[in-house]
Design a protein around this ligand. Sequence first.
Ligand SMILES: Cc1ncc(COP(=O)(O)O)c(C=O)c1O
Length: 794
Amino acid sequence: MCGVMTTAVQKAPRITLDDAVECAAELYDLRVSASTLPSERDQNFLLRTASGDQFVLKIANSEEAIDFLQLQNQLIRFLTTARVDLEFPELIPTKTGEDIAAITTADSQKHFVRLLTWLDGVCFAEINHPDRKLLASLGRALAQMDAALDGFSHQAAHRDFLWDLRNTAARDLSGLLPDDRRRLVERFFAEWEKVDWGSLRFSIIHNDANDYNILVNEPEHRVKAIIDYGDVVHSATICNLAVALAYVMLDKPDGSASVSLAAGGPPAYPTDPIGAAAQVVTAYHETYPLTEAEVDSLYTLAVTRLCFSVCIAARQTRDVPDNEYLNISNAPAWSLLERLQSIPFDWPTRVFRYACGMPVVKAQTLRPRRTAAELLTARQKHLGPSLSVSYESPLHIVSGSRQNLFDAGGQRYLDCVNNVAHVGHSHPRVVRAGTEQMAILNTNTRYLHEYLIEYSERLSAMLPEPLRVVYLVNSGSEANELALRLARAHTNRTETIVIDCAYHGNTSAMIDLSPYKFDGPGGHGCPAWVHKVPLPDVYRGEHRGDNAGTEYARTVSSAVKLAERNGGVAAFFCESAVSCGGQIILPSGYLRAAFAAVRSAGGVCVADEVQTGFGRAGTHFWMFETQDVVPDIVTLGKPIGNGHPLGAVITSPEIAASFANGMEYFNTFGGNPVSCVTGLAVLDVIRDEELQQNALGVGDFLKRELRLLQDRHRLLGDVRGLGLFLGIELVRDRDTLEPARREATQIVERMKERGILLSTDGPFHNVIKIKPPLVFSMKDAEVLVSNLDSVLRR
Ligand SMILES: Cc1ncc(COP(=O)(O)O)c(C=O)c1O
């Protein structure tokens, strides 16, 4: 143990360097040079042979029982052979074959001696800002170790130990602290009193994954070892993670208070203590699932570890009053405790619950007042019958967290389809940003407000030039409606080109622009001012080869010519990948040639990114970028507010000037401070949690796995997509491409029974769409594919 907060209490042995060298020679037949290593209770020496081999000589304090050292040795051997992706030191026996030797010092004290190989690596404490990859690696390492140790037992671990977080002895030392500091730790200890130990799992734990005991393989950015087994104890398993989190939280500038006002400032996450800890928790939970009771006590126990450290150090200060070093070494713990004091106590637990995909608010507070059947009846009475519900037996969803939805009975569903909850259902940072602002002010754009400007600056900076003018609205439909007005104002024309099967919104004008609606049940057919061009579908459409992009773009040129007869084209509306059309990825070169044809006739090009924007494509932040074009107008919705009603239109100053004809554009809710701060939080989370990168990695993996599945199941005619925007087209015959609509619906229903939510789309409703929250993990992808495989086998 050598952490800054775990300073000596008992007297360590007093062996000189010469003694250590002699010991190595006599006991182990090794000629070495020696240097001291820090240790709280024992004495450790680093030994080097002339050939460069390195060892740690461990001299136990005279009170150490041999069975506790035997426990440590057995534990090391056990973990070495367990399925744990970590390195462990090798135990070197003495010349006479003993794992534990004994020496007697000049003061007649007997000490047990062990020799271990030295593990190279950089201490976690020395890494300035551990990034997400390293934090996740730590979570996985701890989880693997805890999972393995669940199968290990040893009587010596059942001991009364000061650093066991159940022990009240450390708390009793708080009286040694100055009044203000004692009050601070006692507030935290009051929370510790509430821990329901009976609800927690118990096992043997390492119990000291402090940042000096964690070794990192720097080039690979991964935790390679967790060393020093001197604090091993049988306790609540969660304490092991709690101890590690106490150190992960140290020295992090606090960025958790919703949103940084400085545009382009340093990332607030994971440099805030709770955000950094959450990264570890997510990876731990994915590897070795935590129970709700464990997650609910985790923050309390992590803070308890900090409190233990300062209390135990206070005893040391009392015993060695002139040890200045102690005050200095405890400074980071104190400053963290002071910082944590200013955070609402339930906030970290909400973040950790979210990190594990558990309902952020506890289930018992969400008890539904009506049954699903009652809700359905009341719905039929009071809601318009044109509203639909999903699934044969509709779901009564009461909460969401990350990529999970939970129904009234507590059943969890893996959400593979809700792209609105882009950064995860109920993301605490987004929720907190919006609710805090709601408590301060929510009004309209006729007042000056920092968030309106900051958000417009941040959003427009994410788009290419000349897209710099932002209009904030409340939905995707409103965004497209405004885009149409902008295009008409700029061109003084009305003729508009759309793609077959497209959907652009629910307002009158947008229904006119949506073949998905006007050609469907109850539809009025294509209005005279609208020109429909074929869906550029390379699987089922007319053009399928390498030149499909240019060939389909020719249909846009033809539509442009037709529009000339009625005064010319005003706009070409195109989703950058067609969602309702069946998750269609536009063929290469399509938008480039189509935009050129529209622009050469004086029209403007509108990219509807309502479904596709904000990193879903994986390789690019905006789907239109995959086509190497810059639209004249971009419309945004759905993911932009992570469920908060928000939409945006971004255009060039030139088009915005044409629209400023004297008539005010007023939007009661568009651009209100709550919406803006929510939108900012979404951008922060996408950046800080590297969600675009996740969409790329997980999306590529999922597409590959689905294509392997396609080899086994002929029903899967096509697997297509980019990032986490994927579609599986089901056909009864791979030659005729007869759509398998009924089968697609059945599969969706059967997957729902297995707790996996999907839905269908496309002109024949035979395309299963996959567009989950971007926190979707590799493991989720595996779960999705293996269940789909089972359902397809039946
Ligand atoms: C591509 C596209 N554009 C616009 C809209 C309309 O958005 P909203 O429902 O937020 O009005 C949708 C909705 O599904 C859409 O898919």
